[in-house]
Unconditional design. Structure first.
Length: 345
């Protein structure tokens, strides 16, 4: 089968590799329909984070179940499914508490292989999310919406849930990548009254408004803080969604939050900020790995199927699997908000 392979920073290739097989009774083999490139993939693509050269990559996809292990009862061959990157088992303490992103029974080694024709998916019985019908029942835009539920939309929602966004809130969203834009969708879905997106890219700001942002702030650094605070008469925000991961973004979130507010963080941090920047205002900082299966089942799949949200618009360029290098380059050069990868029809 064909699969995307990380060769070295800045270099992706498509290789013929052995098709995966069932290794555990809790496994499933999926035929991938669509996959995509994540902003977190750019950490190792750019050489900022380590990844084994020659490894399979990708952690977001939708596909068709081809085969299941004997312990998998809730999905069967032929089912159309979302393949979350979280692989929750559904019965450990973390999953039962609603934090399947921190499942205590995840297989060691992390994610990889979603950007390929077939995928071995672990903890398949609970983690996979069934989609009604088949891919042919959905149009192109709907398939893209469904694909976001494997990670990026659920991650944006996790930022809003972690910040405890509720009806009537005023919310600031830091980060205008795909996660930040999905954070705007999530804040609106949870009933926020006013949503400010910090964005200095015209195409992303336009999409943020389409998703529900009431205000756009294009300034940077302290100028952005000053401008954003003016919008709340200096009071600060009821919730701040931090969708970047940089220390500067978390510290900026602390400046924007009103006393007692919560910052919901989902940007993957490389270093941690000083807690003193938050302590003196009683600001909470929480978040982490999204609970993808939990959010999909409780909120997001239904919202997509009803046409209430359209997160698939974050895919602004599409590529075949054979053009995986171009898909990464488009993300790296900011030519695409998020790159869609068509694997099969």
């Amino acid at each position: 089968m064909k699969a995307a392979v990380f060769m070295e920073p800045g270099k992706m290739e498509v290789h013929e590799v052995e098709k995966p097989t069932i290794q555990k009774p809790t496994d499933a083999i999926l035929k991938i329909v669509r996959a995509c490139v994540c902003g977190s993939d750019l950490w190792w693509y750019r050489g900022i984070a380590d990844r084994e050269h020659g490894s399979l990559v990708g952690h977001e996809a939708i596909g068709i179940v081809e085969e299941v292990g004997y312990d998998v009862k809730d999905v069967k061959p032929g089912d159309f499914v979302i393949a979350p990157f979280t692989h929750g088992c559904g019965h450990c303490a973390a999953c039962l508490a609603g934090f399947d992103g921190n499942c205590m029974n995840q297989e060691a080694g992390g994610n990889g292989g979603y950007q390929g024709e077939y995928l071995r998916f672990t903890n398949a019985n609970w983690a996979l999310v069934k989609i009604p019908g088949q891919p042919s029942d959905y149009n192109d835009d709907q398939l893209n919406d469904l694909l976001t539920l494997a990670d990026v939309m659920a991650t944006g929602y996790h930022a809003a849930a972690s910040a405890e966004v509720k009806p009537g809130d005023t919310v600031a969203v830091i980060g205008d990548g795909a996660v930040g834009l999905c954070g705007v969708i999530a804040a609106k879905l949870r009933g926020a009254d006013r949503i400010i997106s910090l964005s200095h890219h015209e195409d992303r700001a336009k999409l943020a408004r389409e998703f529900g942002a009431t205000d756009i702030v294009a300034e940077l650094g302290d100028d952005a803080v000053k401008k954003v605070m003016e919008l709340t008469d200096g009071n600060g925000f009821d919730a701040v969604l931090e969708c970047v991961g940089a220390v500067s973004a978390i510290e900026q979130a602390g400046k924007l939050a009103r006393p007692g507010a919560i910052v919901g963080r989902v940007g993957v941090p490389q270093t941690e900020p000083s807690s003193n920047t938050l302590f003196w205002k009683n600001i909470g900082l929480r978040g982490g790995i999204a609970s993808v299966t939990t959010y999909d089942r409780k909120v997001l799949l239904d919202a997509v199927l009803k046409g209430e949200i359209h997160p698939g618009k974050v895919f602004t360029k599409r590529f075949s699997l054979d053009d995986i290098q171009k898909a990464y380059e488009a993300m790296d050069k900011r030519e695409a908000i998020k790159s869609l990868v068509i694997v099969s029809e």
